[in-house]
Ligand binder design. Structure first.
Ligand code: NAD
Length: 554
């Protein structure tokens, strides 16, 4: 029972450590990498607090060294999926009734474990399992995930404090109930932080969850579960299962108590879920909440008043960090003709210095793409650009999968602003540039707005303030995260709430108040201190001579 209006410590963003040579964090990380490299990890299912080793396994390999076996993850069959749903439903009553401050304490503790004793292990797992450089692992699996866990606990308090007016006779209250049923969280490979945030944000407000991570993120997914368990998350609140994703999803979306989906991944997959939910709509107890953050085709637009060096740097980082496998990665650029030579030179100079290889060699900036399917798809786009008439591969363009799935940072120049790689999400280290006549900057903004079906992130570069104002208005719906004179990647929790509309998702801004509200169902409570005891109102009373006289006088 709450006996006070409790307040947590003022939350600040988790500092990003440098891992510079000689730093203590670098030493610790090297130790963690060695430990993980020398062990065989088994990732079980986590159902109702139990670790389940089904015996039906899939191997895990580092993308930068695909012959090496890191371990295996166990796969669920249909029965396990039903068990996970049952465990979530069983845990719901007690968890939903738990006072908010008890729930909050678990996730704040989890953030401290992550940024403290688990920091090196989480970074090592993300580096080896998803092929991230140490910086990319640190900003994702540690800093962003700790921020999600801490800031969400603050947002909850802000929401709970939002209460209606009352009168002398009545007390009006809003009760922020969790949804009735269970939530399905289904997460992508590219961010450990998203994997950790999607199941926990609904749980934090009292929901119970079945979570299915991506098969190429299982290594760090296990670390997330270890931390949550150590932080004291009760059994059954988050049940992690893996295996055939279509089978798992079909069972879950068919369940009458399915109350909502928290998804991040590609647009086509999300659309297929929405369709299934639509078909099953008469089966559900409540209308499910559908929250999905999906693909992007993120732009960088330059005006001739902008600094070419700054644009080139934004492209180098925005397009190629984590091999372009960020939903926010810059993948199409619009550069004015009279500045193109300068931008190209500066970009080429930077890309030429990028080293490619394993993330365990800290000098490398580019590591491997996630798997063979992604590699083959990306190599196909590069080959096509080499052969097509209206394109030229002007930087990079080589690839090699003999040891790891390595693709050079590649820049395609196109004379066709609607070329396929200007429109489709590739999700790799490939940037396509369209050079426009500088006087036609308004027309080029039209192209930015209309070329792709997505609306996730985008950046404009200009010094002229009238141009900045014009472009900001013109591109109002082109990006949910809009950057002025900055790269379109690297959103920070509590600073730039993240998400986009159009084909990029429901724009519920993961890691924000607006997202958490989606996992609540508000109950309005009105209490009357002095309830009426007769149904009749005064206007119904019989008229008398005296009342008529009063009326005339009035
Ligand atoms: P994905 O769509 O392939 O997979 C996402 C999840 O869905 C995984 O758990 C996967 O196993 C599951 N899945 C895939 N196909 C399925 C099916 N047919 N039935 C049921 N489940 C299925 O995405 P990914 O390759 O892991 O991640 C990259 C995508 O995610 C990109 O499109 C990227 O833009 C997007 N993304 C978006 C954001 C954002 O905030 N908008 C953030 C990160 C990633």
């Amino acid at each position: 029972m709450a006996t006070g209006f409790y307040k947590t410590d003022k939350t600040t963003n988790e500092p990003v450590l440098s891992y510079a040579p000689g730093s203590p964090e670098r030493k610790e990380l090297k130790k963690a990498l060695e430990t993980l490299n020398n062990q065989f990890v088994e990732v079980p299912l986590y159902i109702d607090g139990n670790e389940i080793y089904t015996g039906k396994t899939s191997e895990m390999h580092p993308p930068h060294d695909h012959q090496k076996v890191l371990g295996v993850f166990h796969q669920a069959d249909k029965e396990h999926v039903h068990q996970a749903i049952d465990a979530a439903l069983k845990a719901r009553e007690k968890w939903a009734a738990m006072p908010w401050q008890e729930r909050v304490a678990i996730f704040r503790k989890a953030a401290d474990l992550l940024s403290g004793p688990y920091r090196a292990k989480m970074n090592a797992a993300t580096m080896i399992g998803q092929s991230k450089t140490v910086f990319q692992a640190e900003i994702d699996g540690v800093a962003e995930l700790a921020d999600f866990w801490r800031f969400n606990t603050e947002y909850i308090q802000r929401i709970y404090k939002e209460q209606p007016d009352s009168t002398k006779e009545t007390w009006n209250r809003l009760e922020y109930r969790p949804l009735e049923g269970f939530i399905y969280a289904i997460t992508p490979f590219n961010f450990t932080s998203i994997a950790g945030n999607l199941p926990t944000s609904p749980a934090m407000v009292g929901n119970t969850v079945v979570w299915k991570p991506s098969r190429t993120q299982m290594y760090s997914a296990k670390v997330i579960m270890e931390i949550l368990q150590e932080a004291g998350l009760p059994d059954g609140v988050i049940n992690m299962i893996s295996g055939n994703s279509a089978m798992i999803t079909d069972i879950i979306l068919d369940h009458p108590e399915f109350a909502g989906i928290h998804f991040t991944g590609s647009t086509g997959v999300f659309n297929s879920f929405w369709e299934k939910i639509g078909k099953n709509i008469n089966k559900y107890k409540s209308y499910p909440r559908i929250v999905g953050e999906t693909g992007g085709k993120d732009f960088v637009w330059m005006h001739e008043s902008a600094d070419p060096q700054a644009v080139a740097t934004a492209l180098a980082r925005g397009a190629f960090e984590y091999q372009g496998q960020k939903c926010s990665a810059a993948s199409r650029a619009y550069i004015p003709q009279n500045k193109w030579n300068q931008v190209f030179e500066a970009l080429k100079n930077q890309v030429d210095t990028m080293k490619i290889g394993s993330p365990e060699n800290f000098e490398n900036f580019i590591t491997a793409v996630i798997d063979e399917k992604a590699f083959d798809k990306l190599a196909g786009y590069i080959d096509r650009a080499k052969a097509d008439q209206d394109t030229e591969v002007i930087i990079g363009g080589n690839y090699d999968k003999s040891k790891g799935y390595f693709i050079e940072p590649t820049v395609i120049l196109t004379s066709n602003p609607k070329y396929i790689t200007m429109e489709e999400e590739l999700f790799g280290p490939i940037l396509t540039v369209y050079v426009y006549p500088e006087k036609e900057w308004k027309e080029s903004l039209e192209l930015v707005d209309n070329t792709s079906p997505y609306g996730l992130t985008g950046a404009i570069f200009a010094k002229d303030r009238y141009i900045i104002d014009y472009a900001t208005k013109k591109l109002e719906n082109a990006a949910g995260n809009f950057y002025i004179n900055d790269k379109p990647t690297g959103a920070v929790v509590n600073q730039q709430p993240f998400g986009g509309a159009r084909g990029s998702g429901t724009n519920d801004k993961a890691g924000s108040m607006w997202n958490l509200i989606r996992w609540m169902s508000v109950r309005s409570i009105k209490e009357n201190y002095n309830p009426p005891t007769d149904y009749r109102y005064p206007f119904m009373e019989k008229e008398t001579e005296e009342s008529l006289k009063k009326e005339i006088e009035a």
